[in-house]
Design a protein around this ligand. Structure first.
Ligand code: F6R
Length: 243
């Protein structure tokens, strides 16, 4: 796409078509969602489609990829807050259909919470479409380099490069939580369809490695090459290093 807005609109159209197709089958549509700067225009377009074109999210269930740990649910930087501010507050999704890993639970409950998160995805019928961004180090969700193919929802230590990349949301890098709860690589690969979005020149090297490089857990996004239905949506700047 010429720019991220056009790419985001194209993803929004894909999502809207899926929601409508599932509605016709009388089935809920299960979306896996990401946070960060990459999906902001996508969410703005979905909100616009809801307001202006009557796109309904009443039969949509969502599972977010990740959340910082520990973090207060209403902290400015929490992904729960991000999702409500950028999407959920402006559409007709039912609150009980929203799922985001809980970054505010005590540590001794995290393991059970992660197991329950996987079970909730299964109970919802699995994820129809997973939306992903990509970290400069190749992470998807917060599956940092070294995350393996079989990983599930779990607590993970954030890379320093990730904490640095996300520090602009906090007062300083030392305020960025050291841990996060993230869906695993296997959780992501179980989605029936995957869309990864990458905008801007900074993503060009990692997109090239993920799409055309070796399949290795050093670049977790390269593990997507194992999946049969993955699309990368990019602007021209992010695509410059593809051969
Ligand atoms: C966030 C997430 C991360 C981001 C990635 C890119 O939920 O899963 O993998 O997608 O860190 O972040 P941005 O879009 O801010 O460049």
């Amino acid at each position: 796409y010429d720019n991220s807005k056009q790419g985001s609109i194209a993803i929004a159209k894909t999502i809207a078509a899926l929601i409508k197709a599932k509605e016709q089958e009388n089935k809920p549509c299960v979306l896996g969602l990401a946070t960060g700067s990459s999906p902001k225009q996508l969410y703005a377009e979905l909100v616009r489609m809801h307001r202006e074109e009557g796109l309904s999210f009443k039969h949509v269930t969502t599972f977010n990829l990740d959340e910082y740990y520990p973090i207060d649910a209403d902290a400015l930087q929490s992904y729960k807050r991000f999702m409500h501010t950028n999407l959920f507050n402006h559409i007709d999704i039912l609150p009980q259909n929203i799922h985001i890993p809980d970054g505010s639970i005590p540590k001794d409950q995290v393991k059970a919470h992660c197991v329950a998160y996987e079970a909730a995805i299964e109970a919802a019928g699995g994820i129809d479409l997973q939306v992903l961004g990509i970290g400069n180090n190749g992470h998807i969700g917060f599956n940092e380099p070294g995350s393996n193919l079989f990983s599930k929802t779990r607590l993970i230590t954030l890379d320093n490069s990730t904490r640095l990349a996300n520090s602009f949301e906090f007062t300083s890098v030392s305020q960025v939580p050291r841990l996060a709860i993230t869906m695993g690589i296997s959780t992501i690969l179980k989605a029936r369809k995957i869309i990864l979005m990458a905008w801007g020149p900074l993503k060009a090297p990692v997109v090239q490695m993920a799409a055309e490089g070796a399949v290795t857990d050093h670049v977790p996004a390269s593990l997507l090459q194992h999946h049969d239905d993955v699309s990368f949506f990019m602007d021209t700047a992010a695509a410059t290093e593809l051969t």
